[in-house]
Design a protein around this ligand. Structure first.
Ligand SMILES: NC(=O)c1ccc[n+]([C@@H]2O[C@H](COP(=O)([O-])OP(=O)(O)OC[C@H]3O[C@@H](n4cnc5c(N)ncnc54)[C@H](O)[C@@H]3O)[C@@H](O)[C@H]2O)c1
Length: 344
């Protein structure tokens, strides 16, 4: 029987998960929910939802028969949605980042643990086959250095992106992908030192016409546009993370991992590595992105495990927040243990 899904937040990224669900027999798009009714209705129509459209998640959960929900709300709009699902024993998939504060993430984590619902966080790079292979290659070797970057050639034109308290800043909102992947490849992080800067003049010049897609100017831009972290892994490995959204010409995210007897380069979902066997290049298939949702719905259907549960999202969020906390403390190192919820 197909897993019955409700979608919460039907903006940008929801389309990717709805497209995945629409083409599969083992998922049914039952209902949609967005605070903007038009968006919920449009998604329901476009992807053929069998049930209703809602502006209130509680109403959706209480009116429809759902096995799970897929939460694609902005970083600030978390907490009540997850808790409402937990209270009703409804499993949830949630897009990263799981929150913009450790306090909220800890609150939801407690609800998840108390309810026992199945959860999965949308860190989709972990499910790319070439990256899984890279992780296997690295798992038997001492890792020295994890060098990660996330460069976006401008600002997504969404109001919440420009405010720390809404989007969390680039470290929380976006570079979290790389910080999470660093944990997947090299284990947990012990401490973080962070430094941030705003390099670009984001004010809107007279006559500026916003392009489609990423923008180079925005009123109310309040987040750092350039950030550097130094990470100390529990294993003793060192790491760096550089990210910037200063307008330039190329989207580029990835890694270099230096380990005993191997160098692994990750470019998006693809991997090149050099070890005793020589140079190898592994490309992810076009639909690699679907695997993170498929694994979740399989787990809900009793077929296997969701391998990126909510607590993984909390641990990865903590690295970003430790980076910003270090900036507040004048670039002093912040131990992850200081800010992690109890028991993680
Ligand atoms: N995994 C990835 O690669 C990836 C890519 C893009 C975005 N994301 C993440 O997905 C999340 C959403 O990003 P987006 O680009 O789709 O944002 P978006 O602003 O395009 O869409 C979010 C939608 O949620 C709705 N919404 C807000 N509060 C709500 C609430 N309380 N209940 C119901 N709906 C609500 C908004 O009206 C909007 O339609 C972000 O956390 C982002 O980081 C992940």
């Amino acid at each position: 029987m197909a897993v019955r899904l409700g979608f919460v937040g039907t903006g940008g990224i929801a389309n990717r998960h709805l497209t995945c669900a629409q083409k599969r027999d083992d998922m049914e798009i039952v209902a949609t929910c967005d605070v903007v009714m038009n968006l919920a209705q449009q998604a329901a129509e476009k992807y053929g939802a069998s049930g209703g459209s809602y502006t209130d998640v509680v109403q959706m959960l209480d009116s429809e028969e759902l096995d799970a929900i897929v939460i694609c709300t902005p970083p600030f709009a978390h907490g009540d949605i997850e808790e409402a699902a937990c209270e009703r024993g409804i499993h949830f998939f949630v897009e990263k980042p799981v929150a913009v504060s450790m306090e909220l993430a800890g609150r939801v984590l407690k609800a998840v643990r108390d309810s026992g619902v199945i959860t999965q966080v949308g860190y989709m790079f972990r499910k790319s086959e070439p990256i899984i292979k890279a992780q296997q290659i690295l798992s038997t070797r001492a890792i020295a250095m994890v060098q990660a970057h996330y460069y976006m050639p401008g600002l997504p034109n969404k109001g919440w992106w420009t405010k720390m308290e809404l989007g969390g800043g680039q470290l929380v909102e976006q570079a979290t992908h790389m910080l999470d992947l660093g944990r997947f490849l090299a284990g947990d992080v012990k401490s973080v030192i962070g430094k941030t800067s705003t390099v670009h003049d984001w004010s809107v010049p007279e006559g500026y016409e916003e392009p489609k897609g990423l923008v180079a100017h925005k009123e109310g831009f309040e987040i750092p546009d350039t950030t550097a972290l130094i990470l100390e892994y529990e294993s003793g490995a060192m790491g760096t993370l550089s990210c910037s959204l200063v307008p330039q010409v190329k989207w580029d995210n990835g890694f270099k991992v230096i380990a005993e007897g191997a160098m692994v380069t990750i470019d998006g979902p693809n991997v090149n590595y050099t070890n005793e066997d020589g140079d190898v290049s592994e490309q992810a298939p076009a639909d690699w992105y679907d695997a993170v949702l498929v694994e979740f719905t399989d787990a809900v259907a009793g077929k296997g495990e969701a391998t990126i549960p909510y607590e993984e999202g909390v641990k990865s969020l903590a690295i970003s927040l430790a980076g910003y906390e270090s900036v507040k403390r004048g670039n002093a190192p912040v131990e992850l243990a200081e800010i992690m919820p109890a028991g993680l």
